[in-house]
Design a binder for this molecule. Sequence first.
Ligand SMILES: Nc1c(C(=O)O)ncn1[C@@H]1O[C@H](COP(=O)(O)O)[C@@H](O)[C@H]1O
Length: 156
Amino acid sequence: MPEVGIIMGSQSDWPTLEKAAVQLTELEVDHETRIVSAHRTPDRLWSYGTEAASRGIKVIIAGAGGAAHLPGMIASKTTLPVIGVPIQTRALQGIDSLYSIVQMPRGYPVGTMAIGGAENAALYAAQILALGDPALAQRLMDWRSALTASIPESPE
Ligand SMILES: Nc1c(C(=O)O)ncn1[C@@H]1O[C@H](COP(=O)(O)O)[C@@H](O)[C@H]1O
């Protein structure tokens, strides 16, 4: 049963959010992927937000670009933690997405990653789940150790 829901505003966001899916797969975290748009599919957004917790989802990763209302709107329909991923945009390089996601009103937080930060979103979701899953916590430690070991001491 998927524990992480990866949702995005458009099919065009998939190359970015796919990195979150790959990272979660590497950590053996079951997840699902859905296109959900606050603007284009508001009914889908409503039902996803309303039903996610009862379906067993524990963390939602939401990526959107431009007028990126999806992460904030999904946060308004659930008390599950929502991790926002601002998508890089052509006109404003993703600054528009970042500002749209990060400036939430009191009561409806969205944990906002860097522009394009889908891998960190997956790691953060895994860290939340690892609070109640010692085996996942160990896999995260192992992943970090491998990353550290891969960093050379000298650039030459
Ligand atoms: N920001 C949102 C929302 C939303 O927030 O609900 N729905 C779609 N979009 C964004 O529109 C951009 C362009 O979408 P298209 O490439 O489909 O035209 C995408 O980055 C998507 O996240």
